[in-house]
Design a protein around this ligand. Structure first.
Ligand code: TMP
Ligand code: ASP
Length: 236
């Protein structure tokens, strides 16, 4: 499988067409941004780690009954995925207070919730990905009622699988962002990526941050954190 034309360049990935109209190739970059692209940088080796980690976790999720866009890893940075139309919703699940939750509601980071929370943002860079609820999403025709119900079901399932798996690596899954896509035949599948760019991952014993917050907050040790997660995940 080979890339033909570039369809899209995002902040962290490029997407290419292939000879098969139902398949694309995503190519992971080392570019990192935060705060809607206002902060820019590079995390050396990030593209390789995010590609491998995302593929590994998506294959695990498939086995647990969560359909994903994953088809085949081609090399360190490139993966064949199903062509989908992305549902323009960022789906955020939280198990522990952190980030914008702590800020919005004026609480400290690290409060463990009895039940996970879910929230949606409208995936629209020009508007700064504003928060919205299901009624807003329906009003804006971003998805149907049935699609939103399926997205919620799958997102909570992803949380259960990933949370349990991360614990075996001595990692707390604090929160994460998912994106879903619709295949040509209308099936909702997990798309985008699952990586330290899109998850908050804290060491279970020390609460050390092993994710992109180290970049967002200028904490240093960014590459080391990504490498540490990769090592725990795949022994590399
Ligand atoms: P938040 O606390 O800033 O709302 O972030 C919640 C989770 O979503 C966190 O794990 C980081 C992830 N995230 C993204 O993947 N992309 C984004 O653009 C934002 C704002 C957050
Ligand atoms: N990736 C997002 C951006 O550039 C934000 C983030 O992950 O913090 O804006």
């Amino acid at each position: 499988m080979e890339k033909t034309v570039q369809l899209y360049e995002g902040k962290a990935k490029k997407v290419y067409a292939t000879a098969d109209e139902n398949l694309c190739i995503v190519s992971y970059k080392d570019d990192a941004t935060a705060f809607n692209g206002q902060k820019k940088g590079t995390i050396a080796g990030k593209g390789v780690i995010n590609n491998k980690m995302s593929n590994f976790l998506m294959q695990m999720l498939e086995k647990e009954g969560v359909p994903t866009h994953f088809v085949e890893e081609l090399n360190d940075r490139d993966t064949v995925v199903k062509k989908v139309s992305i549902v323009p919703l960022e789906v955020i699940i939280r198990n522990i207070s952190a980030g914008s939750f702590a800020k919005h509601y004026g609480v400290e980071e690290g409060i463990v919730f009895d039940e996970p929370t879910i929230e949606f943002s409208y995936k629209n860079d020009d508007l700064g990905d504003p928060l919205l609820n299901e009624y807003h999403a329906l009003a804006l025709k971003l998805a149907t009622k049935d699609e939103i119900a399926e997205i919620k079901r799958l997102a909570f399932k992803v949380n259960e699988v990933l949370k349990a798996y991360m614990l075996t690596l001595n990692v707390r899954l604090v929160d994460f962002k998912l994106e879903f896509g619709k295949t040509a035949d209308g099936q909702i599948v997990l798309a985008d990526e699952i990586s330290p760019d899109t998850c908050r991952l804290w060491d279970k014993d020390t609460n050390e941050k092993l994710d992109k917050d180290r970049f967002r907050r200028d904490m240093g040790g960014v590459e080391d954190a990504y490498n540490e997660i990769m090592r725990r995940l795949m022994g590399e």
